[in-house]
Write a protein that binds this ligand. Structure first.
Ligand code: BEZ
Length: 211
């Protein structure tokens, strides 16, 4: 059985470019994006890890720590970081797990034999401070991920954790949101005093409440 949303993220100890970590201790009170890539010294992965470094401030604003993983060694990661920094104009200063024994890759089901060799596919796990898995993504090795989408879904989850709203298709931070259908109009009047537009009784659109 794979990991599901709402499951506790499996705990582990691992060697990383920043030293040994005990995952749940390392998470602390932060949100975490744990993401795997197929291999060091490969082109698409080089762009992905560079982009992640460049988004450092965006992740920090959302109280998110990032941690990468592949089945390469920590020594390989350390020497590849030089290439990433040089070619992508960034400074990779988040940990990369060296999962040479594939312990974490198996725990998080990141090995998909139908996708070629025994390296990890492009998995993403968003984990909240309670260590619960809140979002997963799985991309093939050939397609680099859209890290703006990862930030977008973090914004949505952090918003909807705090307000009785959901976010519509292609929503971005600052756009209008939808009042959850389980809330009666009576209750909604108290929570959304500025009002809303009723498109259908189940589709009530309002301004983003924290803006
Ligand atoms: C890449 O990062 O470029 C890559 C890695 C494995 C398979 C395909 C592409």
């Amino acid at each position: 059985m794979g990991l599901r949303l709402g499951d506790t993220a499996p705990d582990f100890e691992a060697d990383t470019t920043e030293g040994k970590i005990h995952f749940h201790d390392w998470i602390g009170d932060s949100w975490v994006v744990l993401f795997s890539h197929p291999a060091d010294f490969t082109p698409v992965c080089t762009t992905e890890l560079g982009e992640t470094a460049k988004l450092k401030k965006e992740f920090a604003k959302r109280n998110v720590k990032v941690i990468a993983l592949s089945v390469d060694s920590v020594e390989d990661h350390k020497s590849w970081i030089g290439d990433i920094d040089e070619t992508q104009g960034c400074h990779v200063d988040y940990p990369i797990i060296g999962d040479t024994d594939r312990k974490v890759s198996h725990l998080y089901d990141m090995l998909h034999p139908g996708e070629g060799d025994s390296s990890t596919v492009r998995s993403v796990f968003l984990i909240d401070p309670n260590k619960k898995i809140r979002m997963t993504l799985t991309y093939p090795k050939s397609a680099g991920r859209n890290f703006d989408e990862i930030l977008r879904v973090i914004d949505s989850i952090q918003l909807t954790d705090n307000y009785k709203v959901a976010t519509p298709v292609n929503w971005r931070d600052g756009d209008d949101v939808i009042i959850v259908p389980t809330l009666s109009d009576e209750e909604a009047k108290k929570l959304f005093p500025k009002g809303w537009k009723t498109v259908k009784p189940y589709l009530r659109v309002t301004k983003q409440p924290n803006k």
